[in-house]
Design a protein around this ligand. Structure first.
Ligand SMILES: Nc1ncnc2c1ncn2[C@@H]1O[C@H](COP(=O)(O)OP(=O)(O)O)[C@@H](O)[C@H]1O
Ligand SMILES: [Mg+2]
Length: 343
């Protein structure tokens, strides 16, 4: 960490080179208590062939951000800012055009494969349906071949045979592979995966992450991986954004965020990871709770739980993130002072 004092602007990567470029994304929900911001001024880029992981505790606004990217938020939500895909602004696009972009260029995988799949339809027919929506010219045979290819891509053995089976005949992990296959049906430029492994047990989680990594490698698609579990990110993500209470607290290359964390919240998340090589036992949970969107403190939202907080410094809003290194930013105003304690 060297030039912490210099201002980095809102996002570190070159927006012109980005596939997806998000600036000042704010998502507000209308509630009985008025408008509350689930996401506040979020800015980040996803490059070609890049995997960006968004990590944060449950309730930090990850899904709200993802739904905004896909234009799938309920009518009670208000979205402002900018979401550019290959330079084209998606915010405010008519639903019909947005649907075309979404289906053709953006693939989606949700957490709960069982709820997302139709129990009455064979897996092959469901994948074929996903392909047909954007390529109606394919015949039955071609569709079956394409569906089998997709099942092969996600590592399902004997794909030709399994096409004829129903979702309940697949295990949880195999169903999630089917979801990835469907997400990849139209060879999207970016695959958005919102907690794709959360419903699965640990060994199956690792397999699904490996499938995602392989799909990314083989197809060159970019991936936006959303998870509450920082442990899931290592070895999969190129870049990591740490979210808390609707805000981006830290954004950088996966290695530098892991080895040179620059926000006390990231440090706390790292400390909460189970590790066998740890000499000193650490806290496994961060004391305190995420503030609800309506009750976010001024300044740094992590401040009430932060062991390094200084109200005079941390209670004021900072205009833009601080640069840790070329492609690494933090929102912590004390980052350079406490650098030694965060490593
Ligand atoms: N439809 C809604 N109306 C009002 N508040 C909502 C709605 N959906 C989510 N929220 C609130 O927005 C915040 C962010 O939620 P969410 O994006 O689901 O977080 P995450 O995916 O990180 O767990 C939470 O405080 C949640 O309670
Ligand atoms: Mg979520």
């Amino acid at each position: 960490m060297t030039s912490l004092s210099s201002r980095a602007g809102d996002a570190p990567a070159d927006p012109a080179a980005a596939l997806l470029s998000v600036r000042d994304l704010t998502v507000e929900y209308k509630t009985d208590a008025g408008l509350v911001a689930a996401v506040e001024r979020l800015s980040f880029d996803v490059g070609e062939r890049q995997t960006l992981a968004i990590v944060g505790e449950s309730g930090s606004g990850k899904s709200a951000a993802a739904m905004a990217l896909m234009g799938l938020l309920p009518a009670s939500a208000r979205v402002t800012g900018s979401i550019r895909f290959r330079g084209r602004e998606l915010l405010g696009l008519p639903e019909r055009e947005l649907r075309a972009v979404r289906g053709r260029h953006i693939g989606i995988i949700f957490q709960d494969a069982l709820a997302a799949l139709n129990p009455m339809m064979t897996v092959g027919d469901q994948i074929a349906e996903a392909v047909t929506v954007h390529d109606p010219t394919l015949g039955r045979k071609e569709l079956a071949a394409r569906a089998a290819d997709l099942l092969g891509l996600v590592g399902i053995p004997s794909p030709e045979k399994r096409l004829h089976e129903y979702p309940h005949e697949f295990s949880g992990g195999m169903r999630q592979r089917v979801m990835i296959a469907m997400g990849m049906a139209n060879e999207p430029d970016i695959l958005i995966a919102d907690e794709p492994t959360t419903a699965l047990d640990v060994t199956v989680q690792a397999q699904i992450l490996e499938v995602l990594r392989r799909v990314q490698e083989r197809t060159g698609t970019s991936v936006l991986l959303i998870t509450h579990d920082l442990g899931v990110v290592a070895g999969v993500a190129d870049r990591v954004m740490v979210m808390y209470s609707g805000r981006n607290l830290e954004l950088g290359g996966a290695e530098s965020v892991f080895y040179e964390p620059s926000h006390p919240y990231t440090r706390a998340l790292l400390d909460a990871l189970p590790r066998i090589d740890r000499r000193v036992p650490r806290l496994t949970q961060i004391p305190g709770q995420l503030p609800p969107p309506g009750q976010r403190p001024r300044g740094c939202p992590f401040q009430p739980r932060c062991p390094h907080a200084r109200p005079a410094l941390c209670g004021t809003e900072s205009a833009s993130p601080l640069r840790v290194s070329t492609l690494h930013t933090t929102s912590c105003v004390r980052a350079h002072e406490i650098e030694g304690e965060l490593r």
